[in-house]
Write a protein that binds this ligand. Structure first.
Ligand SMILES: Nc1ncnc2c1ncn2[C@@H]1O[C@H](COP(=O)(O)OP(=O)(O)O)[C@@H](O)[C@H]1O
Ligand SMILES: CCCC(=O)OP(=O)(O)O
Length: 369
């Protein structure tokens, strides 16, 4: 009997881009990365205000490619800042839409993934899903302790790509993901470094507005006391400070661009500041990898560098040169998110996996009351 064919539209809104793809079962028939200038993104007051702009961009792109959306079986978006949940494929429902619209756990472009998927799918009367959203939470209790009793550390990271790439590398190594200890550094608009201990991400920096290396558009960890002083200086509104940390932080704050390719050109043209800042970003990623190796007590099977920044050969080498004493460094540039979204939706459409209902009954361990 011939295998039933499902056509799935996948939507991955990132902080610097919107990536879309159309898959016939596992086979990609169209993929496109639409990059957005920092100026355009920053001109919107909030993430939800970008909704119409991103939707039009997607529909126009599909139209230009001659893709008829009426033939779709499902739409799947990257999941955003929801309540902490376990990994898997979730059907978009009203509670999820409400949480995405208000940004239950904060503001990030991925909040638009489920909303855009729902909007397109409901007009066609087909299901909308999200897969492995950025709030997947597998932290060990010890990793939740921040050192400041009023604040608990949170798991906000590139769960979808980190898990997909880790599985792919495990396969290449002839092992199961669940048998290995891996460190995965996803380096995109945000940067997250996860300690994957036998299939669970037991520690990872909150790459949105929490901590870790600075990134193309985020400040990462900043000296706490100085930040408090800035907040109470009377010179800035809360929103202005948040924008300086997320959106206008990192490379944007130092060099005025979120585009590492432009930064590489600046360096080639002899810009010393660009050279120092770009190197500092590599240095901070390496430091975070060192921290993750301590989490795994030095038992590390491989270190994986992935995300858009991993295309930068000199950048990846700079990191590898600092950490290759820990374990082999495997560079997997870009990300596998579109394929992972399509596969997550397919598993449910084929009945191989049950769709999960948001928010479910998953409650993260409350380590201290
Ligand atoms: N060939 C390349 N060399 C160096 N950096 C690159 C390359 N391609 C993309 N990048 C950089 O990767 C970053 C975006 O990564 P990406 O994973 O696409 O982010 P997001 O999904 O968060 O939008 C940008 O700074 C972009 O300039
Ligand atoms: C919120 C963590 C995921 C993240 O930073 O994604 P982008 O790099 O796409 O902004």
């Amino acid at each position: 009997m011939q295998e039933k064919e499902f056509r799935i539209l996948v939507i991955n809104p990132g902080s610097t881009s919107t990536k879309i793809g159309v898959f016939d079962n596992e086979r990609s028939v169209f993929e496109k990365t639409i990059r957005h200038d920092a100026d355009v993104i920053q001109s919107y007051k909030s993430i939800i205000d970008q909704y119409e702009f991103r939707k039009q961009t997607i529909l126009e792109t599909l139209d230009q490619e001659g893709i008829n959306i009426s033939k779709l079986s499902a739409v799947c978006g990257r999941g955003g800042l929801l309540r902490p949940i376990e990994g898997g494929t979730y059907r978009v429902n009203e509670q999820m839409l409400e949480d995405l619209r208000k940004g239950y756990a904060g503001q990030h472009a991925s909040n638009l993934g489920g909303i855009l998927a729902h909007e397109i799918a409901s007009s066609l009367n087909i299901p909308a899903f999200i897969v492995d959203p950025v709030v997947v939470d597998e932290l060990d209790p010890i990793a939740r302790i921040s050192g400041f009793a009023l604040i608990e550390r949170r798991s906000i990271f590139h769960a979808l790509n980190q898990k997909a790439v880790a599985r792919r590398v495990a396969k290449q190594l002839g092992k199961k993901y669940e048998e290995l200890n891996l460190i995965v550094a996803h380096m995109g608009g945000g940067i997250t470094v996860g300690a994957h201990k036998q299939g669970r991400v037991v520690d990872v920096n909150n790459g949105l507005d929490g901590e870790g290396p600075f990134s193309p558009e985020r400040a990462g960890t900043v000296p706490a006391g100085d930040l408090v002083s800035l907040c109470f200086s009377g010179e800035y509104y809360r929103e202005e400070i948040m924008k300086m940390l997320v959106g206008q932080g990192g490379l944007v704050g130092y060099l005025g661009t979120n585009d590492a390719v432009k930064v590489e050109k600046m360096i080639e043209a002899g810009n010393e500041k660009a050279k120092l800042v770009y190197s500092a970003m590599a240095y901070q990623v390496a430091k975070e990898i060192g921290a993750a190796s301590a989490v795994l007590a030095g038992k590390v099977d491989a270190i994986i560098l992935t995300g858009g920044l991993a295309y930068g050969k000199a950048f990846a080498k700079e990191i590898a040169d600092r950490v290759n004493w820990i374990a082999d460094v495997i560079v997997q540039p870009g990300e596998n998110e579109l394929q992972a979204l399509a596969e997550g939706a397919l598993r449910v459409l084929r009945g191989e996996e049950k769709e999960k209902v948001y928010p479910g009954n998953f409650t993260k361990a409350k380590v201290l009351q």
